[in-house]
Design a protein around this ligand. Sequence first.
Ligand SMILES: *[C@@H]1O[C@H](CO)[C@@H](O)[C@H](O)[C@H]1NC(C)=O
Ligand SMILES: *[C@@H]1O[C@H](CO)[C@@H](O)[C@H](O)[C@H]1NC(C)=O
Ligand SMILES: *[C@@H]1O[C@H](CO)[C@@H](O)[C@H](O)[C@H]1NC(C)=O
Length: 286
Amino acid sequence: MTPTHSFTAAVLPLLLIIIQGVSQAIKITKLEVPSPLAVGEGGWLVCDWEDEGDHVYALKWYLGIDEFYRWTPLETPPVKTFPMQHFIVDTSESQYGCVRIRNVTVDAGGNYRCEVSGEAPVFKTSFSSAFMTVVDLPDERPRISVEKEVPYKLQQLVAINCSSHSAKPAPQLAFYINNQRVDPSWVSGEEVIVNKTTGLETAVRSLKFRLRPTMVHLGKLQVKCVASYPDLYWQSSEWDFDVDVPFNQGHLPGSQGFVSYGGGPGTTVHTLSLSLILMIINLLLR
Ligand SMILES: *[C@@H]1O[C@H](CO)[C@@H](O)[C@H](O)[C@H]1NC(C)=O
Ligand SMILES: *[C@@H]1O[C@H](CO)[C@@H](O)[C@H](O)[C@H]1NC(C)=O
Ligand SMILES: *[C@@H]1O[C@H](CO)[C@@H](O)[C@H](O)[C@H]1NC(C)=O
């Protein structure tokens, strides 16, 4: 947030209370901003009102303290826009309080305010605001790096790093083993490194776990790292690797390779072979 934005965020709620307190004539009934957006995207800013007897003299849209759109129905032309560096206003599609914006930059994120005032001589004014988040998405899928080359052995410690590069803000990173979310205690906190030249962020998380027989399916195991922003973005990278498994510890074909703890399908294998031996002994003794 720039100093201007935080100043605006602190002062606006106070003004909002004061001004809404004195206005009854025109009331804003709906305020919508498209959020979250990725850099380069766009959407509709919607400001709807109810004019209990009064008529609209002017409707204005602001980002922070900068006005970028004004609709004055009694003037020609009724719509005026003021150039913004952070997005383009599509004047051919915008009308009344609905404004079509395109091609947002990361600085288009902030507090959007719609202000509607009634007719002279009172010009009673009402306004409302909403926050729009803009994300500069990572340039590529998350990257996985491993400490050691395959093959791994059971009970061995596995260490994996996952990183997502050049985003703002950095995405959330999460690990999965065989499509199951891993135990949170195996994962480090997310570390964020800011590039001072570009202002972009790189996120890094590491995963450490001991290889257990129940994780391995047909001598294989998959680790997945997901980088995401809620309601906006989801990208993953996978690492499949081989594990040397002694014959009677591997899963039988058809069994599920999910992460489980305690007596999993591995126990079933032993029980099965034990009953088989008992059956054979039984047959021999007859
Ligand atoms: C959108 O913004 C980018 C970066 O600011 C710029 O390079 C590009 O020309 C813009 N596109 C349009 C259609 O204006
Ligand atoms: C993971 O990152 C840490 C520091 O961030 C580093 O010390 C370690 O060697 C990395 N491990 C792998 C497997 O890349
Ligand atoms: C920061 O980004 C610039 C431009 O992409 C790159 O050349 C530079 O190596 C980066 N710096 C660091 C410390 O990663």
